[in-house]
Design a protein around this ligand. Structure first.
Ligand code: SF4
Length: 346
């Protein structure tokens, strides 16, 4: 498992941005793993090494094919639903979070659950509960079918509506007297969410919003980095899987700024056409993409066009951020570390 933080190389301002004779790669900072992904990946890694039993994981722990495949090869078993997990087993929830219904099901099946939900997703779950308890009707801005959205919707117990885009915001009906409260998926494009909120504000007047935006720090920082970088590039490659929401948002931001945007988690999939007419290529990585994959992508670019000699970091790396692991995880490791099995510890 390539351990990767976001771009940590010292800031070196690019020196030849406008020199059309030099081909170069601009490497966005920050990029790659965020604190929530780091935490989830560390939990699975540690359990695989020390738990002494099969580690089941509900859904892809993070949306990156390479990361998931690496864990699968080390013995982790990924399942879509808890019913696929033998009673009494150890199961980890993904970083995208789960609904209360899933937790209840885990209790019914007597599963030992380790919750790798990112604390910034848990924050949104709490907001949903708080708004509903305050008598609001809650709207979640997000993409249907995404695990995070399913988990957050579950915290609304049916009293929450999903809006995916501006058209749906314009068509949304709300006739009741209760105020609207708006929360969002953590990994969307900042500008898309802002426009949807504006539409709802225009249509329904004052709406309740969380004190701090639900778009997480990692999503926002990576989008800002691409926003600064894309105007200097003819094309931007985003290293990330197709089901990674924050990676797709990075590609969208690059395209909105006029660069050709490509999303891939497979260096072999990069084609020579992607580099046609490109003298400055931007490269960034979604929050679930390991740095090793970024390096492999750059190697592939150079294989296709050896004139891409220079790789220049672009932007400022973000301050280090870590999230504490969940208590049930540290308790389990303490048990195993003391030479007991989970069953012996009762
Ligand atoms: S992208 Fe944001 S919300 Fe998702 S795991 Fe990373 S820090 Fe948490």
């Amino acid at each position: 498992m390539p351990k990767a933080r976001s771009g940590t190389a010292a800031h070196q301002p690019p020196t030849r941005l406008n020199d059309p004779t030099m081909k170069r790669v601009l490497l966005a900072q920050p990029r790659g793993f965020c604190a929530g992904v780091d935490r989830a990946v560390d939990i699975i890694d540690e359990l695989l090494r020390n738990a002494g039993e099969t580690v089941y994981v509900r859904k892809e722990v993070v949306h990156n094919r390479v990361v998931v495949e690496g864990f699968r090869q080390r013995g982790a078993i990924f399942v879509d639903e808890l019913d696929q997990v033998p009673a009494g087993s150890l199961v980890v929830y993904s970083a995208h979070g789960v609904s209360p219904e899933v937790r209840e099901r885990a209790k019914d099946l007597r599963l030992h659950s380790i919750d790798a939900t990112c604390p910034l997703v848990t924050k949104v779950h709490r907001e949903v509960r708080r708004f509903i308890d305050a008598g609001c009707r809650v709207v979640l801005i997000g993409h249907a079918g995404h695990e995070e959205v399913e988990g957050t919707m579950g915290h609304g117990y049916g009293n929450i509506a999903l809006i995916q885009n501006e058209d749906e915001a314009r068509a949304f009906q709300h006739a009741g007297p209760e105020p609207l409260a708006i929360v969002s998926q953590t990994t969307l494009a900042v500008s898309d969410v802002r426009r949807i909120i504006e539409i709802l504000q225009e249509r329904f007047g004052n709406v309740e919003l969380p004190p701090v935006s639900d778009i997480c720090y990692a999503t926002e920082n990576r989008q800002n980095a691409v926003r600064a970088l894309a105007p200097h590039c003819e094309a931007v490659i985003v290293v990330g899987s197709a089901n990674s929401s924050n990676s797709r948002s990075l590609r969208d931001v690059a395209e909105q700024l006029g660069a050709r945007g490509y999303l891939t988690d497979d260096p072999a999939a990069i084609r020579a056409e992607w580099l046609a007419g490109v003298t400055t290529l931007g490269v960034t990585a979604g929050a679930s993409s390991p740095e090793g994959l970024v390096e492999a992508v750059i190697a592939r670019v150079r294989e296709l066009d050896p004139e891409f000699v220079t790789v220049e970091p672009f932007g400022q790396s973000e301050p280090p951020m870590t999230f504490r692991p969940p208590k049930e995880f540290t308790d389990l490791l303490a048990t195993v570390g003391a030479g007991e099995t989970r069953a012996q510890a009762g």
